[in-house]
Design a protein around this ligand. Structure first.
Ligand code: XIL
Length: 354
């Protein structure tokens, strides 16, 4: 069912078209836009057999204009925080699915699919887990119970899980997390097996940042994935977070990288896309950002096993960037007033609008 784009989006469309230049925006064209039915990003992506999604977070769901766009433009959502360990098991053995369930219910209402994020990560762990020492058998039992309880709860409700998040350092060595230190590298295979037992149908991913291009860190995933496949460990995909930054350059080997994972028989997904910049945002930076959004979309579309793209929220109003990278921001395709930026139109172009 075609959906109509909002008036807000239209105002931005005209502005951005003018900004990018060279696009006819006479009164007739504008009227045409206003009355015509515009395909959403999701619908454009579906024509390529891909999804187009956004992260979201529970506190934002009271913002009606925000949720309207979230529900109409995307066919996939990821909870930004609601399924993390601190949220789902705040006390040992006491599970709380209220936040994750709210996201799943919203997705159901909007006929969107959900990526589960995330089962095992060194960050945003509950106090009870980090504040004491565990023996290997103790931690193994804690980990197994957490993973299986959460995966079982969301069985049939999420199509994929980020099972282990951010397991490697930049140089390709294992990150010294509580899990690695206590259990050794085998915790990754064990967790994948436990998750698979709990939901044999859900797609299991390893997910990380700075693995968009070919380099020591993505090499580590390639090596590990190959080993896991050889050992018949249930692994179905690699999630490339794609938290990009204009000042570090575009990962030009993205497409090659996606292909080498595909050759291992793995899906890939761009799971947490944003393209930040040093503030203030200028016309030039926003134009370059638009090119990056276009290029990363084209790379995914060029590789059959790249199954979809998820923005790490869709509007600068709720981006995590300013809070984590002081002085940086403007990372998403919609601005703080929910107006589409050049990046939005670049996405449409890359997804083959027209
Ligand atoms: C971020 C959330 O967006 C923030 O709200 C939270 O305070 C910190 O975590 N990589 C990940 C995500 O895998 O879980 C992170 O999300 C962003 C970086």
């Amino acid at each position: 069912m075609p959906r109509t784009r909002t008036r807000l989006a239209l105002a931005g469309a005209v502005a951005a078209a003018l900004l990018l230049g060279g696009i006819a925006t006479g009164p007739a064209a504008q009227a045409d836009e206003r009355h015509g039915e515009e395909r959403t990003l999701a619908e454009l992506a579906q024509r390529h057999g891909r999804y187009f999604g956004s992260a979201t977070d529970n506190p934002e769901l009271v913002d009606a204009p925000y949720t309207a766009l979230l529900g109409s433009e995307f066919d996939q959502i990821t909870p930004g925080n609601g399924m993390k360990w601190y949220a789902t098991e705040p006390q040992q053995g006491v599970f709380d699915f209220s936040q994750g369930d709210e996201i799943v219910d919203l997705a159901r209402a909007n006929r969107q699919k959900v990526r589960g994020h995330t089962l095992v990560w060194h960050s945003q762990l509950p106090e009870w887990l980090t504040a004491r020492e565990w023996t290997a058998p103790e931690l193994r039992a804690v980990l197994k119970k957490h993973v299986q309880t959460v995966v079982r709860h969301y069985r049939g409700k999420v199509f994929a899980w980020d099972v282990v998040n951010e397991a490697f350092n930049e140089d390709g060595t294992y990150r010294e997390t509580i899990f690695y230190r206590t259990l050794g590298p085998g915790y990754i295979a064990d967790t994948l097996r436990w998750a698979h037992q709990a939901d044999p149908h859900v797609k299991l991913y390893l997910n990380d940042y700075n693995i968009e291009g070919i380099g020591p860190k993505s090499d580590a995933y390639h090596r590990l994935a190959k080993e896991l496949k050889a050992q018949r460990v249930p692994l179905h995909g690699i999630g490339l977070q794609a938290h990009l930054a204009l000042q570090y350059g575009y990962p030009a080997t993205l497409e090659d990288n996606l292909r080498r994972f595909a050759r291992l028989g793995l899906d890939t997904a761009l799971t947490e896309v944003d393209v930040r910049m040093q503030l203030p945002a200028t016309e030039e930076k926003l134009a370059l950002q638009a090119e990056w959004y276009r290029d990363l979309t084209a790379a995914c579309l060029a590789v059959r096993r790249c199954v979809g793209i998820t923005l790490w929220d869709y509007t600068d109003r709720y981006s995590w960037i300013p809070g984590f990278f002081p002085g940086e921001g403007a990372a998403l395709p919609w601005d703080e007033d929910l107006r589409p930026k050049p990046a939005y139109f670049a996405l449409r172009g890359a997804l083959g609008e027209n």
